[in-house]
Design a protein around this ligand. Structure first.
Ligand code: ZN
Length: 260
């Protein structure tokens, strides 16, 4: 099942995504499938003119992110793989959806993309074991952990570098059936491949991460975990278009803007 959130100009609605050849249809749902069973209303619309996908989830309370969770990325950042997960937070105000612009902050000259597999939590999750962790997952989506590298270096804490408005494109939908153990995680800038990793290379796997995070903070339904980015990060500028892809879920694209 694929769950999307969309607008036709009015209030957002949820929908199940139905692919027919190269056409995409949305079977509209009543209510929010994070908090109630998915109930189709019977209305079905085609994705296209006047129908815009939104971030499939607005994180309920937080986005928990994992730094340096691929060895090749830890190396390119000039560091070693951490001995335990390196956690940081992004605020839910950073979230934007597919095709929404990422606005470069005026205080940064070094903004980078980071393609990541994102985990969407389905129920209250505290002190869970790795063995039970996946039963707290609704599904998976694609994230771009946009980062101001210069602020990341100078600030010490990463709240500004990774928490600014528009720094978290999420989408295009939540896939509830994905097996996340070994799927490709890729990014492109202006069509050119930049990152091409596999989740099989995660230093800490998803069940371990959920368990580890839940021993520190309660995860709520709709919270999101970003699992880290593979090697190949680089800078973007005004006018670029970033694309992030997770095999088995789909691709999300966002233009980059700098305001004068
Ligand atoms: Zn990241």
């Amino acid at each position: 099942m694929r769950i999307a959130r969309f607008t036709t100009g009015n209030d957002p609605h949820y929908a199940l995504v139905q692919q027919e050849g190269d056409r995409t249809f949305l079977a509209v749902l009543g209510g929010d499938p994070l908090y109630m069973p998915a109930m189709p209303t019977g209305e079905r619309i085609e994705l296209g003119d006047g129908v815009r996908l939104l971030a499939p989830v607005i994180p309920r309370s937080k986005v928990v992110c994992v730094g340096k969770n691929y060895a090749d990325h830890a190396a390119e950042m000039g560091g070693e793989v951490p001995t335990s997960p390196l956690l940081f937070l992004k605020p839910n105000t950073a979230v934007v959806g597919p095709d929404d612009p990422v606005i470069l902050p005026h205080w940064s000259q070094e903004v980078s993309y980071e393609a990541e597999l994102a985990v969407v939590i389905s129920k209250v999750c505290k002190d869970v074991t790795p063995e039970s962790a996946l039963s707290y997952v609704l599904g998976y989506t694609v994230a771009n952990d946009v980062t101001a590298r210069d602020a990341q270096r100078t600030d010490g804490q990463w709240a500004r570098a990774k928490g600014f408005d528009t720094s978290l494109p999420l989408g295009p939908w939540i896939d509830t059936d994905l097996d996340p153990e070994d799927v490709a995680v890729r990014s492109r800038v202006n069509g050119q491949l930049k990152q091409d990793g596999r989740t099989a290379d995660l230093v800490f796997d998803i069940p371990f991460l959920i368990s580890y995070i839940s021993e520190a903070m309660t995860l709520l339904p709709g919270d999101v975990i970003l699992t880290g980015t593979p090697a190949g990060v680089g800078l973007v500028e005004h006018g670029d278009r970033m694309e992030v892809e997770v095999e088995g879920i789909g691709t999300m694209s966002n233009p980059v803007f700098r305001r004068d």
